[in-house]
Ligand binder design. Structure first.
Ligand SMILES: [Cu+2]
Length: 161
């Protein structure tokens, strides 16, 4: 198999070969990257300009960090955690969420979430929208976020907070 690949490569003209190498590099860079599943958000009522997105990230073959996100639906997107002090829960912006190799990290209501601020229009149950995630080591990736009705628990968060 390798012999065949080498023979094919040898037969290719040099420009085509360098093109192949350019194509192969991004694929190599993302091999073993974290995987993302169950991206969802709760529907927002009319007039409310903030929302949150949640998802499950499974660490790849090396440690990584979620360092940011972006979507056309919101003018500003931040990573938030929820902290409790004196019985009061409050949100705090963080500059990254560690994604240890092979470990599952669940962003869910009551905990770490992706805060969507300045929503141009409400998030409607049943629709989906693209969310771009930025990882420190494995780069950018776009996931589709499913909007769920306000009373509906998320796939990774059966308990209501
Ligand atoms: Cu928040």
């Amino acid at each position: 198999m390798m012999d065949l690949v080498l023979r094919v490569l040898r037969d290719l003209a040099l420009p085509a070969l360098s093109g192949l190498v350019l194509l192969a590099l991004p694929a190599l860079a993302t091999a073993g990257a974290p995987s993302v599943s169950d991206a969802w958000a709760r529907a927002t009522p009319p007039g409310v300009s903030v929302g949150a997105a949640y998802l499950t990230i499974t660490g790849g073959s090396t440690n990584d960090r979620l360092v940011g996100a972006d979507t056309d639906r919101a003018s500003m997107v931040q990573l938030h955690t929820v902290e409790e002090s004196g019985g009061v829960a409050s949100m705090r912006q963080v500059d990254g969420v560690p994604i240890p190799a092979g470990k599952q990290v669940v962003l869910a209501p009551g905990g770490t979430h992706i805060m969507l601020m300045g929503l141009g229009k409400p998030l409607l149950a049943g629709e989906t929208f693209p969310l771009q995630l930025r990882f420190e080591n494995s780069g950018e990736r776009v996931v589709q976020v499913t909007v769920r009705a306000a009373g509906e628990p998320g796939p990774a968060a059966p308990a209501e907070h």
